[in-house]
Design a protein around this ligand. Structure first.
Ligand code: AMP
Length: 307
């Protein structure tokens, strides 16, 4: 929180600002968190929310920074949501380091952190089922290759939204399809909560690789190879109009698969926000190139806007 005050001395008036940082609070229980948020809201505080699965990096911290600019209180959650993993090994190997995450959040002026257990979010088997329907936007890309993934995402985000009840929530363009889904979730199914969903740009490593919690799982050689994913997407952005849609898909796939450490799972060109498949280069629609690549056992996704 920033407080401004004026000091009058002799014939001068000077304006001073002081930053007051709250001590970061960590909650494991939803009801205790709710009580605290109710108190903060009663004091007129606005709440910005950043849901994460931990193993935090600069991408997550950019969301915290965005939330900080617009809200009095920043709440982050750290919860590795089992229901959105379609692959049990991916869930088992997902990087976790709560102590390090809490230190990072404190250093980045987060006010409140919610670190629930699985049973806190899902008290029984029934609570693990999603009650939402998104139609064709969940039938492509991540939805097609990770069956059940978006049911898990919609369910957990809806549960977190109902607990935190923020004014604003922040998501990364890195998970473009997820952002589109959450926008619909908040606007269509949870409109009574009146949450504004914001999209934040992809934060990349200096060599262009999109930051991801899973990057720490790459071997040094795989990490070197992985840079080809963003490099190829940026090459495609510069050259897309020279080739047909299918030629470009093939060119991207060939360039990436030429590296033995990489295997393209899908490359799709879709419109923002409808996720319609692009069959020819129309100038009047925003086109996003979305890719998923298997790097050994690690699966990475990335996307770039063509126009
Ligand atoms: P995750 O912990 O992977 O579930 O991500 C939590 C949030 O951080 C999601 O909204 C992601 O889209 C966002 N995020 C992850 N990586 C990045 C990145 N490189 N740049 C910006 N946002 C990101």
């Amino acid at each position: 929180m920033c407080i401004a005050f004026l000091i009058y001395s002799d014939n001068f008036v000077t304006l001073h600002f002081i930053m007051i940082h709250r001590k970061m609070e960590v909650f494991e229980k939803a009801d205790l968190l709710r009580t605290q948020i109710d108190k903060l809201k009663a004091d007129g505080m606005s709440i910005g929310f950043v849901p994460t699965m931990g193993a935090l990096h600069q991408g997550h911290l950019s969301l915290i920074e965005n939330a900080r600019k617009k809200n009095d209180i920043v709440v982050a959650s750290i919860f590795v949501n089992p229901t959105q993993f379609n692959n049990p090994n991916d869930l088992k190997n997902y990087p976790r380091d709560l102590d390090k995450d809490l230190k990072l959040l404190e250093k980045n002026n987060c006010d409140v952190v919610f670190t629930p257990s699985v049973s806190e979010i899902y008290p029984d088997e029934n609570s693990k089922k999603s009650e939402y329907h998104f139609g064709k936007i969940v039938e492509v890309m991540e939805g097609k290759f990770r069956p059940g993934h978006f049911d898990g995402v919609a369910n957990v985000v809806s549960r977190l939204f109902k607990i935190v009840q923020p004014d604003n929530a922040y998501f990364g363009q890195k998970d473009f399809q997820q952002y589109i889904l959450i926008k619909i979730l908040a606007g269509k199914y949870l409109s009574d909560l009146n949450i504004q969903v914001h999209r934040c740009p992809i934060i990349r490593e200096p060599d262009g690789l999109a930051m991801s919690s899973r990057n720490v799982l790459l071997s040094p050689q795989q990490r070197k190879s992985a840079v080809l994913i963003s490099q190829t997407l940026f090459w495609a952005k510069d050259n897309y109009q020279k080739l047909s849609v299918n030629e470009l898909k093939k060119a991207i796939t060939d360039k990436i698969n030429a590296d033995n450490n990489l295997k393209v799972e899908y490359i799709e060109f879709v419109t923002d926000p409808d996720l319609d498949e692009v069959n020819e280069w129309a100038k009047d629609r925003k086109i996003v190139a979305c890719i998923a690549v298997q790097v050994g056992k690690v699966r990475l996704i990335d996307n770039v806007y063509f126009n």
